[in-house]
Design a protein around this ligand. Sequence first.
Ligand code: ADP
Ligand code: MG
Length: 545
Amino acid sequence: MAKYVFGIDLGTTYSCIAYVDETGRATVVNNSEGTNTTPSVVNFASPNQVVVGQVAKENAVIDPNNTISLVKTLMGKSDFATNYNGEDKSPEEVSAYILRKVTEDASKLIDAEVKDVVITCPAYFGTAERTATKNAGIIAGLNVLEIISEPTAAALYYGCAKEQDEKTILVFDLGGGTFDVTIMSISSEKIEVVCSDGNHELGGKDWDEAVMRYLAEEFIAQTGFDGEFDEYAQQDMRLKAEKAKQQLSSREEVPVMLDAAGLRARISLSRDKFDEITSTLLGEAIDKTDAAIAVAKDKGYAIDEILLVGGSTRMPQVTEALVSRYGMEPKILEPDEAVAKGAAIHAVNVYVNNQKSLEPDAAGETTVTVGGTTKEINADDYKEELAVQPEMMSIGGKTQKVVVATTKSFAVEVSVNNGSVCHNMIIKNQAMPDGSISVSEEFGTKDANQENVEIVVYESDFMDENFDIDPDLVLGTATLELSGDLPARAPIEVTFTLNTEGILEVSGVDKTTNREVHATMQSKGIMAVEKVDELKEKSKKMVVM
Ligand code: ADP
Ligand code: MG
């Protein structure tokens, strides 16, 4: 069997899988229903069977208690389990079933093993969310080569990196449940995030709801219906609203047939009307885009190009609004496939790089470095040749450095006057050119003869130098034991080192006696390794349809 590696866009509302074929082209693999994307909806049909995709989405109303949508919005909150069939399901486990659906379908369709994957996540995902995404892959039985940001993947697919000159691109990603805008600086050598913003509540579903409201009003006007729409009628209307919206992307007008309470109406919706009833929603996305452009401008960047990502950017109103606002024609290829395809391209790069490093080092160990972390591997797992020769790919087999930025700020608690504040050492959106960032600062002990120093670390979105203590944001604590005879203000050096996988190494050194403490911190929401293994075993017993 030919060996392929895959890219998976694990989306809030739709997921997609792609690989780079023998000719070097990134290609999406359809699911067994024959569509290129799969609704990220999971239905626990029975104790040993899970239904994922369109069928689960259409049955959501008949079986609401056993159906989960939008699980991505819970990623990184692994204690946020939802109870189904009397059992707690973590976001990782639910996401694992989505991953199994797309990978098992793909495996059947192209008759190849689907094992090595790159999975994407939003640019704003922090440590907990990224680790949860990776764990979902592990639970699904996959070997997760790397987690990369969706806009980075999209930029790789759009081939932005081919040109020599450095340029600044804006990725406008309007999906089904969220809107993300990311500005990146790109050259043939590297991809670097300048800033990212968005609205995690704004997506295609809001356009659907606007259409639903319109359909309901028209139905009432035509039929004189004066009752309440029951949940079946609402579900039916929701599916028809989404379909009508999609059809309006290529047609000027669509008819919608509605049945409810024994009454029937034929409602016609024009694109002009649709644009009118959704204009405030589009306005919100444009406002966020303006804000991101302003931040980038402050940092000295001007936008050279706009890329459209996300199924909702197929709506002509998006391009029209961007052209009229910024006087620039955005690039649009296959917006709902771009992220998965870019991830597939990246998967080849990572895989090939891993293979290059398969020679044992001086100590006789074989290691790979992924995202700044070096780990020992079993060389046999990596020895296989890929079906594609990377030289055939559009970027000519050149591996590009993906420079990511920090997605969260990390602070240490310090005493000031009569209280304490959080003092940021690593600030969100800082570039990590070498795959990691390390910051050291010197503080002093508070009192004389202190027995120890508690280094309390906070993870947050705050970008100011100092902010108020919030116990909910504590990432972890490292205790530096002292000799007990130091004077007040004895120097203590604290170092934070963050890698691109979001793992934070914290160290504290008492500069007087050289006592040290080291700790590795992970966000609270991260699942224990044993639990991941347990779920992996459990997942194997479930049939995914
Ligand atoms: P995700 O939100 O999971 O990233 P997508 O990028 O695939 O998913 O976006 C899904 C959204 O795109 C849905 O709201 C869907 O209705 C919408 N969409 C898909 N195709 C079209 C189309 N042709 N016209 C308008 N909207 C579309
Ligand atoms: Mg998406």
